[in-house]
Write a protein that binds this ligand. Sequence first.
Ligand SMILES: [Zn+2]
Length: 329
Amino acid sequence: MAIPNITVDGSDLISMVALQTKVRYWYLEKVMKEKKICLTKQGREAAKAGAEAARIYVEEIMKLLGTVMGTETGAIILNAISASGKRLVIRPWMELESNAWAWAESFRRAVQKDNPLFIREDSPLTPFDDRFLPGSVTKHWGSFSDYVGIGGGSNAFLEYTPPIPSLKNIPWSLSGELASKPFLAPDQVLFHELTHAYRQTNGQETCVPLIGYALRYEHTDEFLAILLSNIYISETGGTVLRGDHDVAVLRPELTKPGGFFGDTPEGRSHRGALALTKLDPSIFRKLARVRSAPFNPLRDLMIESKIKDAMKTAKSFLVGSDHVRTYRP
Ligand SMILES: [Zn+2]
């Protein structure tokens, strides 16, 4: 299955696995030399192991993309990335700590026009996510206009490695306890990152810091990625949903129809957060029509026509908030 403008590139693994293989041979060679046995094939074997790792990686990601594309929610997001005309490259996670992320080639083009690119590094509102925080920029703001989105969309990279039993020695994005969470399965994590990539390739990203109950989602694009991932999970039969940008479970009363955007302090905070995401109306409508997901708060909003109400709530968020004011050019 080929998806236009989306490619999977496992080549980062070639040198990593080749080196690992060489190191193993190096130990082996020492032993062999002691036993006076000659070993000459290590270079060729190492290169072969590296290429094989890259091939397996591509195969695994293509399988996961097939799973995502097989759902209504997944197809909407993947098609939106394809339709952007920008290129998304999915490649292995090469860091040591557990995570996955989507990066824009140009942050200014990835972010909606006149929206801030960065969240302040010293903000108490960003306990987990430091992806938008190159220290030199956030510590020395310089001209604010340099750090405001211009929209238009950007090429993007998505870095994620699912657990692959035959590739034990490469860094998996999530392992151990994290990988066992019912809302962090490989296709679910990939979907979450694809929603970021959708926003970046379409120039739709916003990272407005959230306050109140929605603070647990940190900023608007994480709120959206987690909300859409929960709809995706629900569509695929999952009932345990994610309740923050860490590993909390969404409280059961918020998963019921009308609960997530209900007329409660949590619901109003969620509506404000959604309004601040400035979700593209055509994608909003497509997602709201996904009937196969029992948890689909966007459908609830469309049915109740509360979108205008959500915009009002968003405005009341802006008034008197130091944080939001800081980021307005
Ligand atoms: Zn995210």
